[in-house]
Design a binder for this molecule. Structure first.
Ligand code: UT7
Length: 333
């Protein structure tokens, strides 16, 4: 049986930096509130006129392929994770595929929100393990800024999110105990209403008439923040322990934890519950906010650039978000 391993990682974030002070000018909020409650200092917003979720993903993908030493024509399939696709349909995967001139290879879109990258990694890993594909390009990209209400009414969500993209190349290999050791996916749709955007959605009269006042709650993200927080701090460590148990490993074996970046306080609680020292967790929420599916590959790409990913190290990934969905993965580099 084949195994899969990550051979290249890349990321792209828009140049436009939006600081908490910038948000203070357009809504009733403060830098102090945002930093204290979330750890966020600034985020990146992608100017609408400059493109799209797929375009950002392609920039990250080109870096990942270059680092992997893989040419676009060698890729067998695309797996694309996003909750902010360019169109209602088709998904951003095919748009990226065309931009990358990747012929007629399949492009699979994954909709698992903040857990999207780990879900995508799991899907790609199964394709490689089964022998169906040898080289897969995973992209995770988000343009959150266009859906946010950046007025006082939307401040509960508006200050949290940012735009960006990450990508990895996953390749088949046959070295036991290396690469993606396992992935663990969960969801509970009973909590679907707790964090969502309703429109555009099928069977809704409002689907094709966004933007009018009476549809406010349909077209802007809605969240019960405290309920999401409580579930995140339980599920994220729980699913890491599940992955460790599955591989007969312990927390002490982890060299680096990459937690989804929704709130610095969530990361701190996950770290505390797992009893991990500071040097074994990597956070970047202060610079990018929550970039949903793109978060984990951006974290990974930054560490790659800093030369902080060493052969033999054990990385644990964990995410929680809308759905609810939550997931973990263990990677031996
Ligand atoms: O990636 C998807 C997963 N998402 C998450 O994991 C998010 C999880 N939840 C959270 O991170 C936190 O619940 C938030 C950061 C969203 C909110 O923090 P909180 O400590 O739960 O605050 P809160 O919602 O209870 O709001 C406290 C106060 C409220 O005012 P009152 O009712 O106490 O007078 C809010 O109206 O803070 C107010 N508030 C703000 N004030 C200034 C809410 N948003 C803002 C804001 N600036 N941006």
């Amino acid at each position: 049986m084949f195994h899969s391993k990550i051979t290249g990682v890349g990321h792209y974030v828009p140049e436009k930096i939006v600081t908490n002070k910038d948000l203070e000018k357009i809504m009733d909020t403060t830098d102090e509130w945002i930093q204290e409650r979330t750890g966020i200092k600034e985020r990146r917003f992608h100017p609408v006129e400059e493109g799209s979720t797929a375009k950002m993903a392609v920039k990250a993908a080109n870096i990942a392929m270059e680092r992997a030493g893989v040419k676009p024509e060698e890729i067998d399939a695309i797996v694309f994770a996003t909750l902010s696709s360019d169109y209602y349909f088709p998904g951003s995967g095919v748009l990226a595929q065309a931009m990358l001139n990747m012929g007629t290879i399949p492009a699979i879109d994954i909709r698992a929100q903040c857990s999207g990258f780990i879900y995508a990694l799991s899907v790609a890993d199964q394709f490689i393990k089964s022998g169906m594909y040898k080289k897969i390009l995973l992209m995770a990209s988000e343009t959150q800024s266009i859906a946010l209400d950046l007025t006082t009414r939307g401040r509960g969500m508006g200050v949290l999110f940012g735009d960006g993209a990450g990508a990895v190349v996953l390749e088949a290999h046959n070295e036991e105990g290396k690469g993606i050791l396992s992935t663990h996916l969960h969801s509970d749709g009973n909590f679907a209403e707790v964090l969502r955007i309703k429109s555009p959605g099928s069977g809704r009269a409002t689907t094709f008439y966004p933007g009018i006042e009476e549809n406010y709650e349909e077209i802007h993200p809605q969240m019960d923040g405290q309920l999401v927080f409580k579930n995140a701090v339980t599920r994220m460590p729980e699913v890491v322990i599940e992955a460790l148990n599955h591989n007969n490993l312990t927390v002490a074996d982890i060299d680096m934890l990459l937690p989804h970046q929704a709130n610095y306080r969530i990361s701190q609680m996950v770290q505390r519950l797992l009893k991990l020292p500071d040097e074994k967790i990597y956070n970047n929420i202060e610079r990018f906010g929550n970039t949903t599916a793109a978060t984990i590959p951006i974290l990974m790409s930054e560490l790659w650039e800093q030369g902080r990913i060493k052969e033999g190290q054990l990385f644990a990934l964990t995410a929680f978000g809308s759905g609810f969905t939550w997931a973990s993965a263990l990677i031996r580099w």
